[in-house]
Write a protein that binds this ligand. Structure first.
Ligand SMILES: [Zn+2]
Ligand SMILES: [Zn+2]
Length: 147
């Protein structure tokens, strides 16, 4: 995300919190900002490691709890079923992911053609489709260079 874009995302977050009546404590803001400033779709541990040097009073348990609260309110999304750890995503609208199977990096892909993917009938026949996301599993350039 670009810097200007990030500010907008944080402002949008604050607006949504106000609408939801969710208290934006300094800790919550720090955790959200850490998530927005990290393009790797971090796990709670990764967020914690990042903020620990600057905010030593925030515990790992708080990071876990806060991200869960954000998710419950639709303020962040969970990238599901990847590498057996929960990875959080500040982008909650439909988008897709490039996932490196080696370094576990997750990169956002925004592509209108993927958004318009033809949904197989088996999906829509007896179900209500809520959302979908395409994951491309790759070995990324950096990891390839290490081979
Ligand atoms: Zn990689
Ligand atoms: Zn994403």
């Amino acid at each position: 995300m670009e810097t200007k874009n990030k500010q907008e995302v944080v402002e949008e977050f604050l607006k949504k919190c106000r609408r939801l009546g969710l208290n934006v404590t300094p800790q919550r803001l720090v955790i959200y900002q850490a998530l927005v400033n990290d393009s790797t779709h971090p796990s709670p541990e990764m967020v914690y490691q990042k903020i620990k040097p600057i905010h030593p009073t925030i515990s790992l348990a708080t990071v876990y709890k806060t991200l869960e609260t954000f998710e419950k309110h639709g303020l962040v999304a969970v990238v599901t079923n990847l590498h057996n750890t929960v990875r959080y995503d500040p982008l909650t609208k439909r988008h897709h992911h490039l996932v490196c199977v080696r370094c576990k990096k997750i990169v956002d892909i925004e592509d209108p053609e993927l958004d318009a993917l033809k949904i197989p009938e088996v999906v829509t026949k007896n179900n209500v489709l809520i959302d979908f996301s395409v994951h491309f599993k790759v070995i990324c350039e950096e990891c390839r260079k290490k081979e």
